[in-house]
Design a protein around this ligand. Structure first.
Ligand SMILES: Nc1ncnc2c1ncn2[C@@H]1O[C@H](COP(=O)(O)OP(=O)(O)OP(=O)(O)O)[C@@H](O)[C@H]1O
Ligand SMILES: [Mg+2]
Ligand SMILES: [Zn+2]
Ligand SMILES: [Zn+2]
Length: 633
């Protein structure tokens, strides 16, 4: 195991080493000629990275695979983000010079989205398509093409078809003069692999104290240890270009909690960062090529825009809404992902447990529709892609258009998982079922001091709606589990019924297959089946004769007359079996001593639930007990 890991470690180091490249600027020009993609700008590289992962169409909706491994139910939002920000930014349109602000409710996936971009870019720069080269020793790993003097750039562009943007940083400018006496062709260039840890190409800025934030963390600072040596603050050797904006050059800088920052600080930052240049120390504007991505919640954002003074700042940002997911099936995927990362991972999660939680959460995020005949549960199902009678998926678009801000509030996915965890700590159980989940959610509301009485009322209502949905699911599930052993039971019941009907119509006796005894036809059995489909006492004779006629016509044609051959009889048989099932379950829940036959049936169903439907013994018997109680209402 250990040896194996050391081997992996070495492989990793070798792989990184193989990617290394070093040469002169002259060599680099050669690389660029062969593969112009290596000098693309940051936004273009990011866009290409997203597209390179693939795009698929799911129900007529574009899905970018780059995000879809981690983010569920946000396809529309992500499509908008790619098409309205990343794509135009990649084509060097002006949006790229603005700060991208993701705005959405808590735990709605904003940080996850940013992390995907950051981790993705680290990986992408290790591929051929995403390779990045930089002037060796430049604190900002800048594009080597900056070395080309302004006067020659037009010519370069004509010859290579490559547009050069940006100027040398103060450090490189000085080095070209002092170390290389202007021989730019000799300046060393290297390939750089982005790494947030190593502070290459990926930066994160978190305001420490929003009120007294030091801009130096973004733009670098004077190096007091060397200032005496170089004599001046405007000597780049006396300045450390190690702010987050510096080190994130060519890649991404994440700006956490941006709107919490003091207004003056923001003003400083935004005015400096406009036009892709920022001011550091005593230097002329420094060029930077990076995606600045920030996030904030709606309350902060609203407070921010309500201040008139911020209008100008706002115009330097592109705001993208990141709402909650509104699809139950995607919400389940989110929980599954979160559970893998939590203490719940060793617990059995009963089938449908996450579904009821998801129903509750999504309901809390939906807004009522004015459309005729669409209640909130129907809307939930339509959003999740279910086909409901009388509705088309085209209606879904219409429903969505009704409330453009839908999904910006409601229960967040982390809350649900936290509730499950705390429910678990209190109980001893090794399995969580749908009812436990609903109980945990309800208890959570009771403990939540910030929930207003009206909101509490609203959420409690969603818990009971989720419960009602579950009741239907549970009943269906038990029936389904019964239906397999059912085939055989149905056939037996059917044969038994036919024997009795034959005897009844011909005035004969029925022979007991075991004791060989001659018996009167079993009137109670026949009626118990016929009553299921409303065959009255006076109509029973006609019904039985009709069955026999059908039977003999089948026999003449050499066809087997089984219970599925007669539609009404089939329905009667199925209903009778379900009614029996109802009794079996009812009895086992109400009496302490079910008989052997009942127990056997129950255990067959239970085994099936465990083997085929993902139950454990605990939740299987819980389900049967619950359905039993539902049936005896
Ligand atoms: N649509 C989604 N798809 C997948 N996972 C999601 C989704 N929404 C939330 N999550 C998960 O919920 C957790 C919280 O999300 P995240 O931290 O990204 O939210 P956030 O928007 O940054 O929240 P905050 O405003 O609190 O910083 C994460 O583990 C995230 O993966
Ligand atoms: Mg976050
Ligand atoms: Zn430089
Ligand atoms: Zn279980």
């Amino acid at each position: 195991m250990e040896v194996e890991f050391i081997k992996r470690l070495k492989e990793h180091q070798d792989a990184e080493r193989r990617l290394a490249w070093e040469g002169t600027f002259k060599d680099y020009i050669e690389l660029v000629r062969k593969n112009p993609q290596i000098c693309q700008l940051a936004h273009s590289r990011i866009y290409n990275m997203i597209v390179a992962a693939g795009v698929e169409a799911v129900d007529g909706q574009k899905r970018y695979k780059f995000f879809s491994r981690e983010l569920f139910g946000l396809d529309r939002t992500l499509e908008k983000l790619v098409e309205e920000y990343f794509h135009p930014a990649a084509r060097r349109l002006d949006v790229r010079k603005r700060i991208l602000l993701l705005m959405g409710p808590v735990s709605g996936g904003k940080s996850t989205l940013v992390n995907l971009l950051k981790r993705g870019l680290e990986q992408y720069t290790r591929t051929n398509a995403g390779a990045v080269y930089a002037i060796k020793g430049c604190p900002m790993h800048e594009e080597p093409l900056h070395l080309i003097p302004r006067e020659l750039r037009g010519e370069f562009q004509r010859e290579y078809g490559i547009y050069i943007e940006g100027e040398l940083c103060p450090v490189c400018r000085l080095r070209v003069e002092t170390e290389y006496s202007g021989r730019i062709e000799d300046v060393p260039v290297e390939r750089v692999l982005f790494s947030e840890e190593k502070r290459i190409g990926i930066g994160t800025f978190t305001p420490s104290d929003p009120k007294s934030q030091d801009i130096a963390e973004l733009t670098g600072s004077i190096d007091f240890s060397t200032i005496a040596e170089y004599g001046s603050e405007s000597d780049p050797r006396a300045y450390r270009f190690d702010g987050e904006l510096n080190i994130a050059n060519r890649g991404i800088m994440e700006f956490q909690e941006m709107l919490k920052c003091d207004e003056r600080f923001l003003w400083n930052l935004l005015s400096l960062s406009q036009e892709g240049n920022f001011k550091a120390g005593r230097f002329a504007l420094i060029y930077a090529d990076e995606l600045i991505i920030a996030h904030s919640n709606e309350a902060e954002y609203k407070a921010f825009i309500s201040n008139k003074k911020n209008e100008a700042l706002l115009s330097r940002m592109i705001v993208m809404k990141i709402p909650y997911n509104l699809r139950v099936s995607d919400e389940i995927k989110i929980y599954q992902k979160l559970i893998k990362q939590s203490d719940l991972k060793d617990i059995h999660i009963a089938p449908h447990a996450l579904r009821v939680a998801a129903i509750f959460s999504v309901l809390s995020r939906l807004k009522e529709s004015k459309k005729q005949g669409v209640d909130i549960v129907k809307k939930l199902k339509l959003y999740d892609g279910e086909d409901l009678e009388g509705f088309k998926q085209a209606d879904v678009a219409e429903l969505m258009a009704e409330h453009p801000d839908e999904g910006m509030s409601g229960v967040d996915p982390r809350y649900v998982i936290n509730r499950l965890c705390s429910a678990l700590i209190r109980s001893e159980t090794r399995c969580i079922g749908p009812l436990d989940v609903l109980r945990a959610l309800k208890d959570g509301l009771d403990q939540h001091p910030s929930v207003t009485p009206e909101e509490r009322e609203r959420l409690l209502n969603f818990i009971s709606l989720a419960r009602r949905e579950y009741d239907e699911i549970a009943k269906r599930e038990v029936q389904k589990a019964f239906v397999y052993s059912f085939e055989e039971s149905a056939r037996n019941l059917f044969d038994n019924y036919l024997d009795n009907v034959e005897a009844y119509c011909s005035g004969a006796k029925v022979r007991d297959p075991i004791t060989d005894e001659e018996l009167e036809p079993d009137e109670r059995l026949m009626r118990s089946i016929e009553e299921q489909i409303g065959v009255s006492e006076t109509a029973k004779k006609g019904f039985r004769e009709e069955i026999l006629i059908r039977l003999s016509s089948y026999a003449r044609k050499g066809r087997r007359f089984d219970y599925t051959a007669h539609e009404r009889l089939r329905e009667a048989i199925e209903r009778k079996l379900f009614a029996d099932l109802k009794d079996v379950i009812k009895i086992t829940t109400t009496t302490k001593t079910p008989d052997a036959e009942q127990l056997k049936r129950l255990s067959v169903v239970s085994e099936r639930l465990i083997r085929e439907y993902g139950y454990c013994p605990v939740c299987a018997s819980e389900l049967l007990r619950y359905v039993g109680s539902l049936l005896s209402r």
